[in-house]
Design a protein around this ligand. Structure first.
Ligand SMILES: [Zn+2]
Length: 474
């Protein structure tokens, strides 16, 4: 952290033209550059008698940092003396979001919420705004996409009406910053980066130059004011934030909001997090009342049945640090074609094909010439190799027209030799399956794990052995 001088001696220097101001502005009035004004330590400047020497306010690597290494902002200190509250997370009031953020939102941070159009980013942020407002904090939503009337309408529908929640319809960055200045909110939400326009910057709104200017200005705004900014960034089908992913390095945190058009489930993943881990995933569901968090998602990916059905199997996959129980369903039909078709939904087609080949070649099951369908339940993605064993059992169940026992989960990667290979985090997966009432598990041999109380764990070394164990009577 920079040594904070008193408010009176704050000075902001343009990294582009060295113009000095006593107040932070989004755009340098001298050269017109956006987001170029940075706070400098006046004492350091005075001591050296030159402008443009960094006081160490972070954001290293910017242009104009001539000789920035000469004056350390603060002397080095033992790690034990570092104030742990520097990056203090403030809970947003939405547990699943806080989980991904690493405990909450950090003051002065810039967060990019990326996702495909229509996935529900605006709705999610309205929930965040409402939760924040209900805690007694002021929130400003700068909406460049929708009118304030549209946002109010959605707020009514989702129970987000609150006096602390302010709306302004602005697509001009300068006007947006004036709104921030006038209200002095404690959280700023910008929807979206691609529809904000920075005057004087080349290109259309949403273009690379525009999006970069808007993003870097909002990031410095967050840093200078200490107010966190969450900005929406639209991602195209190809997975790039329109005006590409180059803006990711300009922000502190990048979250991806993902979901399938045919499913109401939404997943929030940390892609980058300067203040925490990125291996967490948050679960949400899109309902008529907005985007609601799902604190316990596992049960959603199962068909709760009292009778087993042929062709289905259950496994546990890891999504980040979270174990999730999911169901696989398969069907095999006689095909008229020489190269029978394979239809996969939510599964890795190449892994399913590999498991099919192993079943045909090593276990002698007649599946090679069949048209095969394989799908997950509830829009879940089951792409991990650890789901191979469950995939194999589901397909074997289809081929033998015999259901697997109820209450069984299968965990293990399958190799081309038909061997069942070890998988990571077995203890955690078994615990989650047990919690949801599964009482028997098939696992690879030679794994280190702790079996949950009351769960029967059967170790298998090959897929054929697992098939025989579960479907022996067939
Ligand atoms: Zn300037």
């Amino acid at each position: 952290m920079a040594s904070k001088s008193s408010k009176a001696s704050r000075v902001f220097v343009c990294a582009s033209c060295d113009h000095q101001l006593s107040k932070w502005m989004g755009r340098c009035p001298q050269c017109g550059e956006w987001g170029s004004l940075e706070e400098r330590d006046t004492r350091a400047l005075g001591a050296l008698g030159i402008a443009g020497v960094a006081g160490g306010t972070g954001g290293s690597g910017r242009r104009g940092r001539r000789g920035g290494g000469l004056v350390p902002g603060a002397s080095a200190q033992p790690v034990t003396k570092v104030d742990p509250t520097i990056a203090k997370h403030r809970p947003t009031g939405i547990g699943e979001l806080d989980r991904v953020l690493g405990g909450g939102i950090v003051p002065g941070s810039a967060v990019l919420l990326a996702g495909e159009p229509g996935v529900g980013k605006s709705t999610l942020l309205l929930e965040v705004a409402a939760a924040w407002a209900k805690k007694g904090h002021t929130v400003l939503i700068l909406t460049a996409e929708e009118s304030v009337g549209q946002v109010r309408h959605r707020a009514e529908r989702t129970g987000a009406l609150h006096d602390n929640l302010y709306l302004a319809s602005e697509n001009d960055l300068e006007n947006g910053l004036a709104q921030v200045d006038a209200l002095n909110p404690e959280l700023i939400i910008v929807d979206s980066l691609q529809t904000m326009q920075a005057t004087g910057v080349e290109g259309v709104a949403g273009g690379v130059a525009q999006t970069r200017a808007v993003t870097s200005t909002l990031t410095t705004l967050a840093k200078m004011s200490g107010t966190p900014v969450i900005a929406v960034g639209h991602v195209t089908k190809e997975g790039t934030v329109a005006g590409p992913r180059t803006i990711e390095h300009l922000v502190d945190v990048v979250l991806n909001f993902e979901g399938d058009k045919h499913s109401s489930m939404r997943f929030l993943r940390g892609i980058k997090n300067r203040f925490g881990a990125t291996d967490e995933v948050g679960c949400f569901e899109q309902t008529a009342h907005g985007i609601q968090e799902v604190a316990d998602p596992s049960g959603l990916f199962l068909h709760h049945r009292t009778e087993s059905v042929t062709g289905t199997a259950v496994t546990v996959v890891m999504d980040g640090r979270r174990a999730m129980v999911g169901e696989l369903q398969t069907l095999a039909l006689n095909s008229e074609f020489k190269n029978p078709k394979r239809y996969m939904t939510g599964m890795d087609a190449s892994r399913v094909s590999m498991v099919l080949a192993v079943l045909s070649e090593r276990c002698g099951l007649p599946l090679a010439d069949k048209e095969v369908y394989a799908a997950t339940v509830g829009g879940m993605k089951i792409l991990e190799p650890s789901a191979d064993l469950a995939t194999g059992l589901a397909l074997a169940s289809t081929a033998k027209r015999t259901p697997l026992p109820l209450g069984l989960v299968a965990l293990g990667e399958v190799g081309l030799g038909g061997e069942v290979r070890r998988i990571p985090q077995l203890t955690q997966r078994l615990a989650e399956a047990s919690r949801l009432g599964f009482h028997t598990a098939l696992v690879p041999k030679n794994c280190h794990y702790e079996a949950p109380k009351g769960m029967k764990v059967k170790e298998v070394s090959t897929l054929c052995q697992a098939v025989n164990y579960c479907l022996a009577s067939a």
